[in-house]
Design a protein around this ligand. Sequence first.
Ligand SMILES: Cc1cc2nc3c(=O)[nH]c(=O)nc-3n(C[C@H](O)[C@H](O)[C@H](O)COP(=O)(O)O)c2cc1C
Length: 345
Amino acid sequence: MTESMVGPAAGVGAGAGVRGGPGVAELRALVAAAGAAPSLHNAQPWRFRPTGDGPGVLVFADPARAVPLADPDGRGMLLSVGAALFNLRVAAAQLGLPVEELDLMPGPLGVVGPDEPVAVVRFGPRGVPYELAELAEEIGRRHSSREPFANRDVPEAVIGELVAAAADEDTVLDVLEEAGARRVLALTAEAEARIAGDAARRAETGSWLRTEAAQDGIPERAIGPQDHEARVPVRDFAGHGPAHTQRFEALPQVATIATRGDTAADWLRAGQAMERVWLVATARGLRISVLHQAVELPDTRWRLRDPEGGIGTVQVVLRVGYGPPGAATPRRDVDDLLRDPAGER
Ligand SMILES: Cc1cc2nc3c(=O)[nH]c(=O)nc-3n(C[C@H](O)[C@H](O)[C@H](O)COP(=O)(O)O)c2cc1C
């Protein structure tokens, strides 16, 4: 990697890059933050490249890291990339790099390929750190927590903050009342049972389980127990079934994130919202785990829609509460995330 990859001007230092844009060290910091995002099965299906025509970053999905059976249309992949994009924006805020332009799906409609960016981030003139920077510390603290949570309600004021975080990303977060939570948990349980009953899907999930050091996938230590009472349909990554159970919270607190439309750009939006909500929640001492099973099957996804006529398509289901922080999971090297896919062919 050379300085000239950061932008057209050569000879800039490791700090400020072309026209005040990111230098090499800063680009690496942006990409490291992005790479810490949550992703479906920790596949980390993303790549990054500096824009060639001014300070900025091109964000790519990496179809080589798709999870085809769980995610045939790439929804989960773009949710994951959206989460990475949000982290990149937080890191940019910390560096005082204002996002002047953020283009989602700028290429030909619906194309997600190794050479077609799914987002373009352009930075304006460097200034001082700005608002989103306050979430920077949470990026490394955020983990999926699949453990039982305490029977303790999330205060209304915190719920308000989570709703606002989602709204800032043009999505709608709904923290469900008891009946709504039970309905969504039942749909998730139904989807989980169907997924668990599908040998090919079970094999695909199992292929992301890691028992030794790796840079991706889900280490065994990050997998929690199954719910003894079967109230929380946690994904059965290891195929343990009910062998390893504990008592979970009596009434799980469930939040959904919905988008108005259901396009690839909406999936990126929902991913950014998920990560923004997750980082704000982390700052407030909350834990989160994703319950994605019902989103993965078209009919249960349809039935996740708010029966009272709420907007759009539910893209994300989160279990929210107070409990253990969850284990850190591995990440790919920044060099790997910055490698030019075209150079590999
Ligand atoms: C689109 C998407 C779907 C996910 N689905 C689930 C799920 O159904 N169950 C689960 O426990 N975790 C799920 N996760 C969480 C990932 O497994 C997790 O982010 C990844 O393993 C990295 O771990 P971390 O969140 O602790 O950094 C999902 C994450 C994303 C972005």
